[in-house]
Design a protein around this ligand. Sequence first.
Ligand code: GFB
Length: 329
Amino acid sequence: MKLNSLIFVAGHQGLVGSAIVRRLVGAGFENILLRSRANLDLTSQQTVNDFFAENRPEYVFLAAAKVGGILANDSYPAEFLRDNVAIQTNVIDAAYRNGTRKLLFLGSSCIYPRNAPQPMTEECLLTGSLEPTNEWYAIAKICGLKMCQAYRRQYGFRAISAMPTNLYGPGDNFDLETSHVLPALVRKFDEAKLNQHPEVEVWGSGAPRREFLHVDDLANACLFLMQNYDSELWVNVGFGEDISIGHLARLIARIVGFEGTIRMDPSKPDGASRKLLDSRRIRALGWKPQIPIELGIERTYKWYQENRALAIVGAHTRTLVSDSKCTDG
Ligand code: GFB
C-alpha cells in the first residue's frame, strides 16, 4: 500500500472502522475513502456495485457489520444473519469485480465452537457446535471468511481475514441493552457514582472469562496484516490473556471510583464460558498488542467522560475522524 493509494474503510463510524481510519491517518495515508451509512447502504447490492464501479478503491478494510453484545445477538437473530451476510457479500464481490488489489475482512472469535480447547487455534473452526447466544452472527462471519477463501482460490482475489477477540475502546456502543460488557460496565459504574447509587447490577454469574483487546491494538494489526500477510488462512488477533467478568467488574469499578456493591443478576445469560484466542500465528509474523487492559480501560473511561452525552446517544463516532484527510460523500 502506498501513501497515496485509494483506501476504502467500510464501517468508519463504528468502533473498529474509526480506529482503522485513525491508524491510517496517523501512518500518513492520505487518500482514504469513507461513506456514512446514510450515503451508502452496504446491504444494497446495486448501490454497492455502483459505488465500487465509480470509485474503484485499491484497498478495502471491511469493518462494516451489525454488531452487539450478548442480549442484542440473542434478540435479533434475523438481522444479525441477514445484514451481515448482505454487507460482506456485496462488498467482497464488488471489490473483486472492480479491481481492488487487496481486501481485509473482519470476523470475530465467536466463529469457533463453544467447547473448543482453549486457547482456540485457527484450525478449530467447524469442529463443533457454536455458542447459541451468538450463532447467527457467527454463521454470518464464517460465511464471510469462507467467501474470502473461495474468491482467493477460484479468482485469485487477494482477500485476507482477521478474527479479533472481544474489543473495546473509544467510539464503542454504550447503550445498556445492545452493547458489549466492557462499555456497559463503564457506563453503569459511572452513572452509579454520579447518582450516588449504592449498587450496580452485572449480568450473569460473573464466572465466564473473556479476552479483551483495545481497538487501537486491533487497528495496528489490521494495517500490519494488510501490509505483511497474503494467505487464505484467517488470522486470530487476541491480547493473549483473559479475565473473569467478576474480575472485570471490580477492575472497572476501581478505575471509575465506584465504592458501592456489585450485584450479580443470574437471570441474564452467561454465554460462552471462555473464548481465549491462540494468537501465536500473528505474533510469529511480528505483531503484538501494546495496551494492557488497565491502561486501556483508563483511556476508554477518559474518552467516555469527555464524550458522555454523545456516547450515550451513539452519535459520537463522526467526530473521531472529523479532522482526518478523508472524503465522506
Ligand atoms: O460482551 P458480551 O455482551 O458478549 O457479554 P459475549 C460478555 C459477558 O459479560 C456475558 C456478561 O457473560 C454477559 O452476561 N455481562 C455482565 C454483561 N454484565 C453485562 C452487561 O451489562 N452487558 C453485557 N452486554 N454483558 C459477544 C457476541 O458475546 O461477543 C458477539 O454476542 C461477538 O457475537 C462478541 O462475538 C465479541 O462475549 O458473550
